[in-house]
Design a protein around this ligand. Structure first.
Ligand code: 5GP
Ligand code: MN
Length: 333
């Protein structure tokens, strides 16, 4: 099933379909999954969305979000629908280790796999792949995919809201990773009737006071600027997680504050998790944080936005980051 005609054929009669996306799902992961969900249910398919872990609360307003099965919590029900699935979609990730235990479960299944993704270096686990690293977001590719299926007539507000959400969050509200197609799609979605201002309000102007205080704490007490590398680090300790009762999504976007500094090229956000230390890296320009995450931190992503993790403790991880920056010093000047 390497081409779209085979896939169209397969989808021409109602199927059992599962849509999966990556751990710690962001706006693009949730948006692309729900967009595809709202498309496929129109043709009588039985569709379930499974995320490995919980989604942030600022996506709770999205239609269909309450039906998502969270693998960490609803394991049994999720396994049941996976066993029955004819087709499994992999959205916004390109290697099965990005979905942890869910990846181990789906690996031996007989279902056809369809990958729609925009990260670097896809692994060849899918029967059909729409993988474009030049795309702003998986949502942009889902919109293309709907066109490829000849289903543009089935676009509706739920699909439009979901696609707009992923494009907006993965481009930092249209500040990076944009391309002409992004604005064409958004223009079509607004013509369709989505309320872009209301969506942005739901996503970005929905902090609790606690979340705002955490940003203040991060910028006041947990920041280290390294001018010699044009880099900055923000780190959060286990105790910070307790003091601010940090939950999924509460730390989203903190790394971007570093990028607001004029001469800064690399932003590094490090958090002490129960069993690992998690890293989020961002860069401006040509420097690839993807390379750093892949080489040193079991991770990956995009050239300018990547993540990974370490089994060292927080202090040792920060030290390692500084040693890596020293290694790249000549490129960073
Ligand atoms: P974030 O820093 O927001 O968690 O993630 C930035 C980008 O890097 C996202 O596109 C995300 O999919 C990717 N990413 C984050 N963490 C990991 C990881 O542990 N492994 C891989 N392969 N990619 C990651
Ligand atoms: Mn994405």
């Amino acid at each position: 099933m390497e081409n779209i005609e085979n896939l169209k054929q397969l989808l021409s009669i109602p199927k059992d379909i599962v849509i999966t996306t990556h751990r710690n799902p962001d706006g693009d992961a949730i948006g692309s999954s729900l967009a595809l969900y709202h498309l496929l249910i129109q043709d009588g398919h039985t569709v379930h969305v499974i995320t490995p872990s919980e989604y942030p609360s600022n996506f709770e307003w999205m239609a269909g979000v309450e039906k998502i099965l969270i693998y960490d919590i609803h394991t049994e029900k999720a396994n049941e629908v996976l066993d029955k699935a004819n087709i499994i979609f992999a959205l916004d990730f390109n290697s099965l280790d990005r979905i942890d235990k869910l990846g181990e479960y789906v690996m031996p299944l007989k279902a056809k796999f369809v990958m729609i993704d925009h990260h670097l270096y896809p692994e060849p686990f899918a029967d059909f792949m729409l993988s474009e690293t030049s795309a702003s977001s998986t949502c942009e590719l889902v919109y293309e995919f709907i066109g490829m299926l000849g289903k543009k007539r089935n676009l509706n507000i739920d699909i439009g809201n979901a696609i707009y959400t992923g494009i907006s969050t993965d481009t930092g509200s249209f500040r990076y990773s944009t391309n002409p197609r992004v604005f064409t799609i958004v223009s079509e979605l607004i013509a369709l009737g989505i309320n872009d201002v209301a969506i942005q309000d739901n996503i970005y102007n929905s902090l609790s006071f606690k979340q705002l205080s955490l940003i203040g704490h991060s910028l006041n007490n947990r920041i280290e600027i390294l001018p010699e590398y044009k880099a900055g680090i923000i780190y959060l300790t286990k105790k910070d997680f307790e003091d601010f009762t940090i939950q999924r999504g509460d730390t989203e976007g903190i790394v971007n504050y570093l990028l607001m500094l004029k001469d800064l090229k690399i932003a590094i956000f490090i958090t002490e998790q129960p069993n690992i230390v998690k890293l989020s890296l961002r860069s401006k320009g040509d420097f690839s944080v993807q390379e750093i995450c892949r080489k040193y931190f079991n991770g990956g992503g995009h050239k300018n936005a990547s993540g990974g993790f370490s089994h060292k403790n927080l202090k040792a991880t920060i030290q390692q980051v500084k040693e890596i920056l020293e290694e790249y010093k000549n490129i960073l000047k």
